[in-house]
Design a protein around this ligand. Structure first.
Ligand code: F6P
Length: 364
């Protein structure tokens, strides 16, 4: 089972702190077994143009564990089953280039692809697995919305950055007696907003899982005012939904399946100002949540995910995702992992804790 192998690794979708730690762990664990590791650049694009492949060695990956981003590059527009390609006259056409990718994978003599990604990238990995490319998935996303794993790497760093931002907003909000609204990422899940909102002592947290009434948000701000607290911190997940089901987004980008979310923070801020008369400012934290060094927690988690991926290959496992089931890493079928999203349970201990802290979700 432990014969010399040639394994490949790619990183797909939005970057998340910890990607380089996974690449490091895979390279080191494979080297220890005498295997070769190849880094595929920019998602699957590197398997189309095979000049975009790097042999990864311990020397190549030295010092990358603490770095944000990914040395392999990534994209959230690189669906090989619907790839934007320029035709002879320069217009963009969508083509299915999956067969060519599979052919190149086999021609290079690669045994397994370790696909590091979120739900979108893992869905692609699953499709390649069904076509005959052996894959192992590693769950990445700051959103923490992947089912089957307790946690994804990148999430802790995003929450830490968001909490620090909220902490800093307290002093300026208090000095000016303002309401500060901060919009955070997370797509259709409220994990980042919830965890950083509680840790940063927000007054209101709006998440997609609990539709909100703007009147209820304003009541909380005014109630604070009556108790002598003349400023407020409102944390809004980008996917937060009004009771009427409205979500605010910026439309669809070419080559991407999902809409680009954003704008709910601005709307909430405007409504608070209009309805309460309070001076209100809005901050969109945006990609700062994905930037910088991974926290110690994310580094360790990412290293464990990478090492487990190589162990699973050595054990003969294929077409599974490495899942964190504390205290262990376990294999789960990729299909099962991408079947459903992991939302915040509305009766979870964190929600109950927030309510006990007097934090409003805009629903009461
Ligand atoms: O999935 C990670 C994520 O950061 C989401 O939280 C956010 O909605 C999206 O990616 C932003 O994508 P982009 O990098 O294309 O702006």
């Amino acid at each position: 089972m432990n014969e010399r192998k040639k394994i490949a690794i790619n990183t797909g979708g939005g970057d998340a702190p910890g990607l380089n730690a996974v690449i490091y762990a895979v390279t080191m664990a494979a080297e220890r077994r005498g295997w070769e590791v190849y880094g595929i650049h920019t998602g699957y694009a590197g398997l189309l143009d095979t000049d975009e492949i790097t042999r990864l060695t311990p020397e190549k990956v030295a010092g990358i564990v603490s770095l944000g981003g990914t040395i392999l590059g990534t994209t959230n527009k690189g669906d090989p089953f619907h790839m934007p390609v320029k035709n002879a006259v320069g217009d963009v056409e969508f083509r299915d280039v999956s067969a060519k990718i599979l052919t190149n994978f086999k021609r290079l003599g690669l045994d397994v692809l370790i696909a590091v990604g979120g739900d979108g990238s893992l869905r692609l990995a699953d499709r390649f697995a069904q076509m005959g490319m052996p894959v192992i998935g590693v769950p990445k996303t700051i959103d923490n919305d992947l089912a089957s794993t307790m946690i994804t790497f990148g999430f802790d760093t995003a929450v830490t950055t968001s909490t620090e931002a909220i902490d800093k907003l307290h002093s300026t909000a208090s000095a000016h007696e303002r309401v500060m609204v901060v919009e955070l990422m997370g797509r259709c899940a409220g994990w980042i907003a919830l965890n950083s909102g509680i840790s940063g002592s927000a007054d209101v947290i709006l998440i997609p899982e609990i539709p909100f009434k703007i009147d209820s948000v304003c009541s909380k701000i005014m109630e604070n005012e009556l108790h002598g607290k003349r400023y407020g911190i409102v944390v809004v997940a980008e996917g937060a939904t009004t009771e009427g089901g409205e979500v605010i987004h910026k439309g669809r980008e070419e080559g991407r399946q999902e809409v680009v979310l954003g704008g709910m923070g601005e709307w909430v801020g405007r409504e608070i100002s209009k309805r309460t008369g309070k001076d209100t400012r809005t901050l969109v934290l945006g990609h700062l949540q994905r930037g910088g060094s991974p926290t110690t927690f994310d580094r360790l988690l990412a290293l464990r995910f990478g090492a487990a991926a190589v162990r699973f290959i050595a054990e003969g496992k294929r077409n599974v995702m490495v899942a964190n089931h504390p205290p262990n890493m376990v294999p789960v079928p990729i299909q099962e992992a991408v079947e459903r999203m992991k939302s915040v349970p509305t009766d979870s201990d964190s929600i109950l804790t927030a309510r006990d802290m007097g934090i409003s979700f805009g629903d009461e």
